[in-house]
Every structure is written in C-alpha cells, then in structure tokens.
Design a protein around this ligand. Structure first.
Ligand code: GLN
Length: 347
C-alpha cells in the first residue's frame, strides 16, 4: 500500500562520529574484547565453508568521510554469501525504482529461516523479503542484462564498485554450493510456478550462487556499507554507485530483515540496519556516519556470526551509532515520572 505524505523533498539529519583517535582505539578494543570468545559453529551445509578457521576475526570501521580503521584479520578473504543480497537489491532498486521493487519483491520480514520454502507458499508465491533466499533469487533475476552472463557481469561490476576494487569469484565456493543447492533450485522453481520469475529459474539460481561466492574481506564490507551510509557515493573512491534514495530504501529493508528472523532482537539491542552472511561476515550501517564490517566464521543458530554481533554491539554503543538513541536537550523539571510494575504512577 502506498503511504501518503511522501511527496515532499527529503531533508537529512544525522550526526558525526567521534574523532579519528577515538574510533581507532575503539576498533582495536572491540577486537581485543571478543577475540577469545569461542561460541558458535562454522557453517557446513555448503561443504567448503567448513574449512574456515574458527579463530579468524576481523573488525573494520569505514567512515563516510573515507577514513578506514582496522583490527585483526581484516584482509582474510571469504565468500560474501548473503551480504551480497543487500547490494544486489540496491542495484536493482537503482534500475527499477522504489515502486517497481516494492511491487515485485516486497519489504517485509518472513519471520522464517533464510532458506524457507514455507515463506513462499504462505504468501502465494510473493517473495516478500529480498534478504532471504526466495526474495534474493527473485531480485537477482531482475538484474539488468539480456543474458544470465550479462546479469552476472553486472552483479560483479556493481558489487566491485561498492567495494572500490575488483571482486573475484571464489571458484571452490561456487562449485561447492552449485553441487548442493537443491533447495535454492526448488525455491526458484516454486517462484516460477507462481509466475514470479522473469527468467529461467536455474539460470537465476546460478547467478545468485555466483554472487554469493564473490570474495571480500572485512574491510570491503565496511567500505561497501559506508557507501550506503554516504548517499551512494563510495567514500574511498568518490564514485557514485546508487542514488541517496536507493540507500534509504535498502537500509530500511536491512533494518527489518537483514539479520534473518533475529532482525527484531538485533534492532532492539544494536539499533542499526545490518546484513549478515553464513561465511561469517556482518555489515552494519550508520547513515551519514559510516559502517562496521566484521568477519568471524562461528555462527549462532540463525546464521549470524557470534563475535561479529558482539563487536558490532560494542561499537554501536561506544561510537553512538544506534539510530533510535537520543539524549534529552531540555533540562528535567519536577519529580521523575516512573512506571511501576503495577501500572503508571508518579513517584
Ligand atoms: N549462498 C547461501 C545460500 O543460498 C547464502 C545464505 C546466507 O548467507 N545466509 O544458502
């Protein structure tokens, strides 16, 4: 449903990060605090992912002004996996516009795991959520290009522009996932049966599988996220990748769906739009300020990196990034208003 009242120019009001030294110190501190945490399991449903070292841990903050702060394993490469969904969605929004993508893909959380077939069935084949597999395959199928090879090239080029360097396909990950992704193929066939895919379903899954196998490091994630925090301009290269409206749309979707069925808890605790992937990456974006990229393979049971969540939670608080936080500007007057366990009252 179209919301009325959105036909006025968008003003922007954000804030600034603390000074360079403070950010540098906090990034190192975030790494030191959580490096020895050993909770979580490395994903193995894509066989080659099980080879990851559970000790890898990198933390990076990229500022929207272009400064980058790193600690730990920020140059270890891994496959981007589901984090690609956020950036392919942005590219498709750029090509088709707000209404086009809203109508064809949707923007709501399914509340179900990322590989759910039920979610498609329960919504009569409408994908609903571009950050889980069904919606992401439908999104990839909309990428500009007259053949799947052209679509793939546009995905690779687009994500490379977000990262500010050429990203390469991890052939071992691509092969490993291609041999085991029957579920994604089934999801694509199901979407086809509802008339929801404009291209050949298996070709759409192939482009999607390739996009998930692009190699990035934690620094790339932070720069990609900082591009969404910077109105679509890559703060390191200065290249304009997508419009400011596309960034807004993409971040709104990430806020409600980026951390799978834990998106509500994530927003409640951390207060930032974010996206995670099963190889252990997380990108969290603070509009106007910058982005946090983390990498650590052990995951919780929803598929989110455990150390990555902890480091991001710490940095969100310490850097003042929670988009819902405010501090009173008017001095307090009179008695404190309190809500007791038995109802509202003034004490
Ligand atoms: N390529 C993976 C899949 O389709 C991505 C999943 C993820 O990172 N959550 O299952």
């Amino acid at each position: 449903m179209k919301v009325e009242g959105t036909d006025v120019a968008q003003e922007v009001s954000t804030g600034t990060l603390p000074g360079w030294d403070r950010v540098e110190h906090l990034v190192t501190d975030a790494h030191d605090r959580f490096r020895d945490d050993a909770d979580g399991e490395v994903a193995d449903y894509i066989p080659v992912l099980a080879e990851a070292d559970p000790g890898w841990f990198g933390v990076c903050v990229a500022e929207s002004g272009g400064d980058v702060h790193v600690a730990g394993d920020t140059d270890v490469e891994f496959s981007v996996q589901s984090i690609s969904k956020a950036f392919v969605y942005a590219l498709v929004c750029q090509a088709f516009g707000h209404e086009g993508v809203l109508e064809r893909i949707g923007v709501n959380n399914t509340g179900l795991p990322f590989s759910s077939v039920m979610a498609v069935e329960l919504n009569s084949g409408h994908p609903m959520n571009p950050m889980v597999n069904a919606g992401a395959i439908a999104t990839t199928a909309m990428m500009p290009g007259s053949t799947s090879a052209e679509q793939w090239e546009n995905v690779r080029r687009g994500l490379s522009a977000f990262a500010g360097r050429p990203l390469e396909l991890d052939r071992a990950v691509y092969r490993s996932e291609s041999g085991t992704n029957m579920r994604n193929k089934a999801i694509a066939r199901l979407l086809e049966s509802y008339g929801r895919l404009p291209v050949d379903p298996l070709e759409a899954v192939d482009v999607y599988t390739r996009q998930c196998a692009l190699r990035v490091d934690a620094r790339d994630l932070a720069v990609m996220g900082a591009t969404l925090a910077d109105g679509g301009v890559n703060p390191v290269t200065g290249e304009c990748i997508v419009s400011a409206q596309v960034c807004r749309d993409t971040l709104a979707v990430l806020a409600s769906t980026g951390m799978y069925e834990r998106s509500g808890e994530w927003l409640f605790e951390i207060g930032l739009p974010a996206k995670s992937g099963v190889s252990g990456g997380i990108v969290a974006v603070a509009p106007g300020k910058g982005a946090i990229g983390t990498f650590s393979p052990p995951l919780d049971d929803a598929g989110n990196s455990v150390r990555g969540q902890r480091a991001t939670a710490y940095l969100s608080r310490a850097l003042g990034l929670n988009v819902f936080a405010s501090a009173a500007r008017v001095p307090r007057r009179g008695a404190d208003h309190q809500v007791s366990r038995h109802g509202t009252g003034t004490a």
